[in-house]
Ligand binder design. Structure first.
Ligand SMILES: Nc1ncnc2c1ncn2[C@@H]1O[C@H](COP(=O)(O)OP(=O)(O)OP(=O)(O)O)[C@@H](O)[C@H]1O
Ligand SMILES: [Mg+2]
Length: 277
């Protein structure tokens, strides 16, 4: 009980600003048809105060640009995502979304602007439909359209009760690929200006991989995107690749440019080529 109440009594560090920007200005909350801009400005971050896992990150992702984050395990890729959706606050520097410091936005507003698809997407015990709507009031037509867009409709229709089929907790009755497609449908129905994807590491068969790739490309259209790719084959088409090493940005460029440079990306790429042979 003591340990539980210690946790319950922890102060909440991430809070909404007293005067949130979006509320202060009379502008409409978000326009989903316009992709967002993301800027990291001299960002430093550590989970512990004496240990930085991100060091002096500076980059801008233009509206509509698709950027991939690549780097060895522990380089800080997922940490960048956690900062962007404000699960943690930066230690130094700032992160701007369409020119506004994310600490000045109400958290609900910030999170409405982006869909985040995580390494281990979470499925709830409940039916397929509510796993896509997540409690919001979308019509069944909208659910179906999102599922079609993301290549998961055919699979759902084959289930015994279609969209009303019950899923087991954590989706243990689904394959890794199916879970990923369902997570895409969740994002598609919300139509956010920004999409963030931390790619699942699970090995997928060639057919599923192709289906996911196709659904992803459709999902990315007209949005700004950050993709953390473990399989470098998924990111051949992105506009720019940012390479991280021990929390620092060490390379940036297109796939061809980085292979040409012969640095860290080139060696990661060569390693994966060898593995897949
Ligand atoms: N909650 C946490 N508390 C303390 N340290 C953490 C926490 N999460 C991550 N770290 C540390 O921060 C560093 C960066 O981790 P991060 O998860 O961002 O790596 P990553 O690049 O996403 O790696 P992977 O490719 O394995 O997913 C690592 O050294 C990790 O051990
Ligand atoms: Mg990670």
């Amino acid at each position: 009980m003591e340990r539980v109440s210690d946790i319950l009594n922890e102060p909440i560090e991430i809070r909404d600003p007293v005067k949130p920007h979006a509320l202060r200005s009379a502008q409409p909350a978000i326009d989903s048809s316009v992709p967002g801009e993301i800027q990291f400005d001299q960002v430093w971050f550590g989970y512990k105060s004496d240990e930085f896992v991100l060091r002096d990150l500076n980059f801008t992702i233009r509206p509509g640009e698709k950027v991939a984050l690549v780097g060895p395990t522990g380089a800080g890729k997922s940490s960048i995502i956690r900062l962007l959706c404000r699960l943690y606050d930066v230690t130094q520097g700032r992160i701007l979304l369409d020119g506004e410091d994310i600490r000045d936005l109400p958290q609900a507003e910030l999170r409405r602007r982006m869909a985040v698809i995580l390494q281990d997407g979470f499925l709830f015990a409940g039916d397929v439909k509510s796993n896509i709507t997540l409690g919001e009031s979308y019509s069944i037509d909208q659910v179906q359209r999102a599922a079609e867009q993301t290549n998961v409709a055919k699979f759902i229709e084959q289930l015994p009760q279609g969209y009303n089929t019950q899923l087991r907790q954590r989706g243990t009755n689904l394959s890794g690929g199916q879970k990923q497609l369902l997570a895409f449908a969740r994002a598609a129905i919300r139509n956010p200006p920004i999409l963030v994807l931390d790619e699942a590491t699970a090995n997928l068969d060639v057919g599923t991989e192709a289906m996911i790739q196709e659904a992803l490309e459709r999902l990315l259209e007209g949005r700004t995107a950050i993709i953390i790719a473990h399989r470098l084959s998924t990111i051949r088409n992105v506009d720019r690749i940012l390479v991280l090493k021990q929390g620092q940005l060490v390379e940036s460029g297109s796939h061809e440019e980085l292979v040409e440079q012969g640095g860290l990306y080139a060696s990661l790429y060569r390693l994966q080529m060898l593995e897949s042979e």
